[in-house]
Design a protein around this ligand. Structure first.
Ligand code: PLP
Length: 396
């Protein structure tokens, strides 16, 4: 079945595409937005139509509605892909995309800096199904060729890593994988398709946790898988067979968020850089992990590949007693402590890469903190952190 993905082939500036793609006011009585189609049953007008089940654009709620088509169309255009498939969460997009390409006895190459639940999936369900995983250094580049085994089916990237922000050489890795007929998957959540288009760099399948910047308001879970022409059918089958589908309201919230993604990201980017530069001047801070800063080790690669940075980065503090850290974090008034990111709000969470890395060693001794810079006034955010450092120093 081919769903109508209108506008998917046009080339226009991404900031324009996100406003217009997947919308058809003339088909909605002139209303600007595609409405929320709720539904399970889709009626077939005749027995002949029922016999030709696959020919009808909409067949059953789980397989898609005009609301899901609208968002899938827009994301397909933005990613420059062949088809997009929505899922109930970003994590489900990850697992569905991997399962689309592996069989028992196969091997996956997984980046060591990957989102931790992705790692857990490899180490549990995939392992149980007889699929082995080798973790690789995010900075491996073309050296990935040496890790490719005869049974390697998938190379999985996440760039930058969403906790530690290593930038991968996507083109070099994709090239080495292609030469051995290995499918390349990338988690593109950090940059969003507005600031990085994986398929243009040789990736086959781009994965988004739309929960983050695309929804943008911390009020829905949603994922998307965009595939190129070579891989679309495998992803379509996996999504249909595994049964993941997003809720109608969540899909609508994804569409609604997408329309303002460009202005929000611009602000997240600018404020995050300002906060990062201020943090770099603080005596309590040992290191900033933000690839858009010129002295970041990943800066040159970031600059060569990305068209922007989002609002998420990390810092390493100089060694700090736990009670001083608690004094800082517990008293913050604008930064909340909690997982996920990409909404309008600012967040901060401590983390420790030593707990999960296997291919690379994490040698920093200081406490790592991940910050999401929201849409608050940047002066207010800096004041909140400054007061936090004062509490930290007082509690040493
Ligand atoms: C949050 C996140 C996911 C998972 O998305 P959910 O919608 O929370 O399931 C996957 N990858 C990255 C990089 C993420 O940050």
């Amino acid at each position: 079945m081919t769903k109508p993905q209108k506008g998917a082939r046009k080339v226009r500036h991404p900031a324009t595409a996100i406003l217009h793609s997947g919308r058809d006011p003339a088909g909605q009585h002139g209303f600007v937005n595609t409405p929320v189609y709720r539904g399970s049953t889709v009626l077939f007008p005749t027995l002949e139509a029922l016999d030709a089940y696959d020919k009808q654009p909409y067949r059953y709620g789980r397989h898609g509605t005009p609301t899901t088509t609208a968002l899938e169309t827009a994301l397909t255009e933005l990613e420059g892909g062949a088809r997009t498939f929505l899922t109930a969460s970003g994590y489900q997009a990850v697992t569905t995309a991997i399962l689309a390409f592996v069989n028992a006895g196969d091997h996956v190459l997984m980046v060591d800096s990957v989102y931790q639940p992705t790692r857990r999936f490899c180490d549990t369900i995939l392992a149980r199904l007889g699929v082995t995983t080798t973790y690789y250094d995010p900075l491996i580049g073309g050296g990935i060729a040496e890790l490719i085994q005869p049974n390697t089916r998938v190379v999985f990237l996440e760039s930058p890593g969403s906790l530690t922000f290593e930038v991968q050489d996507v083109g070099a890795i994709a090239k080495a994988a292609k030469a051995r007929d290995v499918t390349v998957l990338m988690d593109n959540t950090w940059a969003s398709p507005l600031y990085f288009r994986p398929l243009a760099h040789g990736v086959d399948v781009s994965i988004s946790a739309c929960t983050k910047y695309i929804v943008g308001h911390a009020d829905a879970m949603l994922g998307a898988i965009t595939a190129n022409a070579r891989t679309a059918e495998a992803v379509e089958t996996a999504r249909a067979v595994l049964g993941g589908c997003p809720g109608s309201e969540e899909t609508y919230l994804g569409l609604r968020g997408l329309r303002t993604l460009a202005v929000r990201l611009e602000r997240h980017q600018r404020s995050a850089l300002e906060v990062a530069r201020w943090l770099a001047t603080r005596p309590e801070v040992d290191r900033i992990l933000h690839p858009a800063l010129p002295d970041d080790p990943g800066h040159a690669l970031w600059k060569a590949q990305f068209t922007g940075a989002s609002g998420l980065f990390s810092i390493i503090l100089k060694p700090t007693p736990r009670k001083a850290l608690a004094a800082m974090l517990d008293g913050l008034s604008l930064f909340g402590m909690g997982y996920s990111w990409g909404g309008y709000e600012s967040l901060i969470v401590p983390f420790n890469p030593k707990h999960y890395r296997t291919a690379t060693a994490w040698t920093s001794e200081g406490q790592a903190l991940r910050l999401h810079i929201g849409l608050d006034d940047v002066g207010d955010l800096i004041a909140d952190l400054e007061a936090g450092f004062a509490r930290l120093n007082a509690a040493r």
